[in-house]
Write a protein that binds this ligand. Sequence first.
Ligand code: NAD
Length: 358
Amino acid sequence: MYDKVEFLYLSQDDCVKAGGLDMQGTIKATERSFFLHGKGDFILPPKPVIRWGGEDSEETIGRIMSMPSWLGGADYAEELAKIGIGPVNTSGIKFIPSKPWNPSKYNLPRANAIIIILDPETLMPQCICDGTLASAMRTGAASGVAAKYLANPDAREYGLIGSSVIGQTQLMGICAALPNLEIAKVYSPNPDHVKAFVEKMKDKVDVELRAATSYEDVISGSDVITTATMAKASYVDPKWWKEGVTHIETSFWDTPPEALAFCDKIYVDDWGQVKHHGADVSWRAVRDGFITEDKITGNLGKVLTGELEGRTGAKEKIFFNPIGMGIHDLSEAFRVFESAKAQGIGRTLPLWDHYAFD
Ligand SMILES: NC(=O)c1ccc[n+]([C@@H]2O[C@H](COP(=O)([O-])OP(=O)(O)OC[C@H]3O[C@@H](n4cnc5c(N)ncnc54)[C@H](O)[C@@H]3O)[C@@H](O)[C@H]2O)c1
């Protein structure tokens, strides 16, 4: 007779109660996964993507991504303690479908996700939780970590393009990571979106949040730029980049691939994954011959471990193009799961009370 199996179920509201909207906490969790990626203490198979057309169909028809991973940390407890977090040493998966018409047609977010965290000893599920929150938060935190390690430390002005869910977490992540930031400008072609975004976010950050009037207005003059949109055609003109800029491209089509030839350094989160996915601009710039593969400086995790140089000059133009790694989702969901367990948040549910084959 096998024992009953139970797991902790965390709804999105439970995740919020357990600290899921605490960007400083998410930055620690994301720094952990970048660091362990740099150390090679992870397993991250290329993510299978279900799509119903070419790469650009992800922005029009949608996609489903499955992101299984294992993340370690046992051998790096001392280094992780300096980040203010402990090891993970377990595996899990994020399952994330995306339907671009959900917001306009169904009053639902474009993406929704579920994360499963396994018990490392038995590989039975120990937590099943909403992953929509963790996914958005770790995407903003990844930009925050990139800005912390790659941006000029005196960065004052930030330009944000995209005013939806990921735009919100970009703003939270960059503001949490750059203490000298004074101004954030936001732009989206729909002025009502920008207005609503400024109203919603202005009291949630410690910087002056302004509506910009055009792509050029938001990009020129900015020390740090993030693009997180569903744009289907590129609009970034590299002539607008100021010296010393750090441009973080979280979505796919915003910057034209030829612009990457104007960058001094190009970092990604995982070049193997970027190549496998085949849609990110850093890969298309190589594939289409605008830059050679050796122009890709490397994976950001190696900058965190000190094996790869980050910014070495105040005037360098730096581009960061993360595909988004499942180890970030696991690291962040594990942080929230540990906090929920400690505070008694969530519901314990049975996978089975009586094993069917007994
Ligand atoms: N790399 C990663 O780790 C990662 C993780 C999560 C999301 N993303 C990407 O981030 C992007 C945004 O995600 P979301 O959940 O906020 O999407 P969403 O559908 O909720 O919002 C997209 C926003 O883009 C805006 N937009 C569309 N075309 C635009 C244009 N030409 N210029 C400026 N803005 C435009 C829309 O008005 C909307 O506000 C998506 O492309 C998604 O794939 C990347």
